[in-house]
Design a protein around this ligand. Structure first.
Ligand SMILES: [Zn+2]
Length: 467
């Protein structure tokens, strides 16, 4: 008997976690953090209904927190087996998990200060999910596998990772499961990137399969085209150059920052911009950019061509990676046009806050929103056209021009998801839509019925199905 359990990213976009069980093995795909949704904290603290030492292997699709963010809880809970992923994912995950533990411990310290006393039992859910130590014990469990190589991970179970084109090292997993009497092939799409995104290669659909789990984050919409989005970005940067304005871009440190640096580099290489200084003001983005520069074997044709011409796609004249907080603060007083890319991407913390505080009151400045902004975040208030926002407890007037560019998503839009599933139109495997809220996944469901006659299931947290 082969069973598949859904313990996250089922009716929501975060907390990815799936478990495959046979009579002789049990493996897990992803152990991500739940973020934002109502039961996030409860779900984060709830482990899957199995003893952790019983799990034989874990596979990680990619390094985003909603996929890797709870791995240290496995180690804390007694898991001692390997965590399989690509080498690049292993390196990016180390940066992400260390940062996550640091932020959680910082939050908890702030909470303890706030309550002026000892925490009670009911404050238990305020404690960090794990500590820096537990992260350091997790990282040595990570075992790298190359794309497109079959790897045995447990009795009767092998995996093969294919490029998902999402962030550096991201993979889709094709898992072959034999329970002693029959074999079932399961494909986990992981997060699927956009075709034509810069730097990285386009996503590959692993085939054939009996069962497919497909993400559906943007199952209900298409992004603006890459060409249109690039043109919008260029127009804003050219305007800023002419008017000596500053351009502040809140961006996720992994993926989005590198994409932006690449696009701006292309404009400069193409002579469309003069030497506009571009400051990358996020230690995490700087570390991740270093990894992008190390894994050039994962680049697409255009980025590879640049390397051949002795050009580094992510460091051209004009790009400055800041390090210290002092360097960061000096940008407040710097004059002339410049781009400042800083984290975090939703403006809920990090160095971006002081850049916004300084530049939002300036009618000559521009703020570019290039990523998803969650409900209730400062980024969302800017998108919604707030005239005043609160930063560090003070009211800040919004006089800068706020632009929203929707085309730089790291996720495939609806049409690209349907195209990703095209190789399955003849065989019609059993399909599950995950990693999407109900609206988007219902829309994708209807598209898949219409295009290929595939009637996908929409599982919920805790569902377990027999394959
Ligand atoms: Zn992701």
């Amino acid at each position: 008997m082969i069973k598949l359990g859904f313990y996250g990213a089922a009716g929501e976009v975060t907390g990815s976690c799936y478990v495959v069980t046979t009579d002789r093995a049990r493996v897990m795909v992803d152990m991500g953090m739940h973020q934002g949704e109502k039961q996030a904290d409860e779900h984060n603290r709830k482990m899957i209904p199995a003893d952790l030492p019983e799990i034989d292997a874990v596979v990680l699709t990619h390094a985003h927190l909603d996929h890797c963010g709870r791995l240290p809880m496995l180690i804390k809970g007694g898991y001692r087996g390997p965590i399989y992923c690509t080498a690049a994912t292993e390196d990016v995950t180390a940066i992400i998990l260390r940062d996550s533990a640091h932020l959680q411990q910082e939050d908890y310290a702030r909470f303890l200060k706030h309550i002026h006393g000892k925490p009670t039992d009911k404050d238990a859910n305020r404690q960090p999910l794990y500590t820096q130590d537990e992260v350091e014990r997790t990282l040595p469990r990570m075992t790298s596998v190359a794309y497109e190589l079959e790897q045995k991970i447990a009795e009767g179970i092998t995996i093969k990772l294919s490029d998902a084109g999402h962030i550096l090292g991201a993979g889709s997993v094709r898992m072959t499961v034999n329970d002693g009497s029959r074999t079932v092939v399961i494909v986990f799409s992981g997060d699927v990137g956009q075709t034509n995104a810069p730097i990285l290669r386009d996503p590959v659909t692993p085939t054939p399969a009996d069962v497919v789990l497909l993400e559906s984050t943007y199952g209900d919409q298409d992004h603006k085209s890459m060409e249109e989005t690039r043109a919008e970005l260029l127009a804003i940067l050219q305007l800023a150059e002419r008017t000596q304005g500053k351009v502040v871009i809140p961006a996720f440190a992994v993926g989005r920052t590198q994409d932006l640096v690449f696009h701006i580099g292309e404009f400069i290489r193409g002579g469309q911009l003069k030497q506009l200084p571009v400051y990358i003001d996020s230690p995490m983005a700087t570390s991740v950019s270093g990894l992008y520069s190390r894994y050039t074997d994962l680049y697409d044709e255009r980025a590879t061509e640049l390397i051949k011409q002795q050009m580094a796609p992510l460091s051209f004249p004009g790009v400055i990676y800041t390090h210290s907080v002092d360097e960061s603060k000096q940008l407040n007083d710097a004059r002339g046009s410049m781009v400042i890319i800083s984290a975090n991407g939703m403006c809920t913390g990090g160095r971006i806050l002081h850049h916004l505080r300084h530049n939002l009151p300036d009618p000559n400045a521009h703020v570019l929103i290039v990523g998803y902004q969650g409900n209730g975040t400062l980024g969302r208030r800017l998108v919604d056209g707030a005239k005043f926002v609160s930063i560090f407890g003070g009211d800040v007037p919004v006089r800068a021009k706020v632009h929203t560019l929707g085309g730089f998503s790291a996720h495939a839009g609806q049409t690209q998801l349907v195209q990703w599933a095209a190789p399955f139109k003849e065989s019609k495997p059993r399909m599950f839509l995950t990693h999407g809220e109900d609206g988007p996944r219902k829309a994708l469901h209807d598209k898949l019925v219409e295009a290929y006659g595939i009637d996908a299931t929409m599982p919920y947290f805790g569902n377990e199905v027999e394959l």
